[in-house]
Design a protein around this ligand. Structure first.
Ligand code: AP5
Ligand code: MG
Length: 227
């Protein structure tokens, strides 16, 4: 049976995590956020967590080897089920895309779909400065504290899902956000040309619309069924 793997690409703050969350809830998919996985390592104080803490705080990327290794292990397990798998924030560099492609070719049973969320940097900065996340490392649900946002928690400071305490991410500080946006743009072109060269279609979704509309555009453009 063919396994569906959907890659969510897009700059910091475009809503990869928020859209993944909706797909998990409404479509029953499973999500791997490499960023969440990195933050879990840091919160647990693992050896990997100690190595990557500084890179994350300062808005740099974690090394390709570490990320590919983490993803490879998770994917083998996830593919044993029959749910569609989302990669939120992977691949981010050409070496990561090459490693994934090798795996896809080796297994021969994976169907890749690429979805790219697009949005202007100025709008991304203001979104990220208003983000709060659940501090429970297994939850990490994302909210916005913008006054008029529909993504605000019901009770200020408390996670709707698990009642955990909401916090700001250590890399949601202006200079780290600027660095993350710069790093994203440095790698995006190479990544898109890699997929163009191998004939992989990319579905572009405008991410500046309200989340429900982003989700509807995504469903409409990809043809997934939202029962
Ligand atoms: P990661 O956690 O993936 O961070 P990121 O790529 O910078 O993306 P974000 O999580 O900040 O944004 P998002 O697109 O998920 O937006 P969200 O849904 O939260 O990675 C963190 C770090 O880990 C990296 O910098 C790197 O160091 C390392 N790392 C991770 N993967 C790696 C890899 N593959 N290789 C190397 N290193 C890696 O939404 C943002 C805000 O907007 C929220 O407040 C939300 O409520 C709000 N919002 C969302 N959608 C909408 C909407 N439609 N309208 C209004 N508000 C919205
Ligand atoms: Mg995210």
């Amino acid at each position: 049976m063919t396994k569906e793997v959907v890659l969510f690409l897009g700059p910091p703050g475009a809503g990869k995590g928020s859209l993944s969350h909706l797909c998990v809830k409404r479509l029953g998919w499973v999500q791997l956020s490499t960023g969440n996985l990195c933050r879990e390592h840091i919160a647990e104080g693992t050896e990997i967590g100690e190595k990557i803490d500084f890179a994350i705080k300062s808005g740099k990327l974690v090394s390709d080897d570490l990320i590919v290794d983490m993803v490879g292990r998770w994917l083998e397990e996830a593919l044993s089920g029959d749910q569609t798998v989302i990669f939120d924030g992977f691949p981010r560099t050409v070496p990561q895309a090459e490693a994934l492609q090798k795996l896809v070719e080796k297994r021969g049973d994976i169907s890749l779909r690429l979805v790219r969320l697009t949005m202007l940097d100025n709008d991304l900065m203001s979104r990220l400065l208003a983000r709060a996340i659940c501090s429970d490392r297994e939850c990490q649900t994302v909210y916005s504290v913008h006054e008029h946002s529909s993504l605000k928690p019901r009770k200020p400071g408390t996670c709707d899902e698990c009642k955990g305490v909401l916090v700001r991410r250590s890399d949601d500080e202006e200079s780290a956000i600027a660095k993350r946006l710069k790093v994203y743009h440095e790698h995006e072109k190479g990544l898109l040309s890699f997929y163009e060269k191998i004939g992989q279609t990319i579905c572009n979704v405008e991410a500046h619309q309200p989340l429900e509309e982003v989700y509807c555009s995504f469903i409409e453009m990809t043809g997934y069924s939202d029962k």
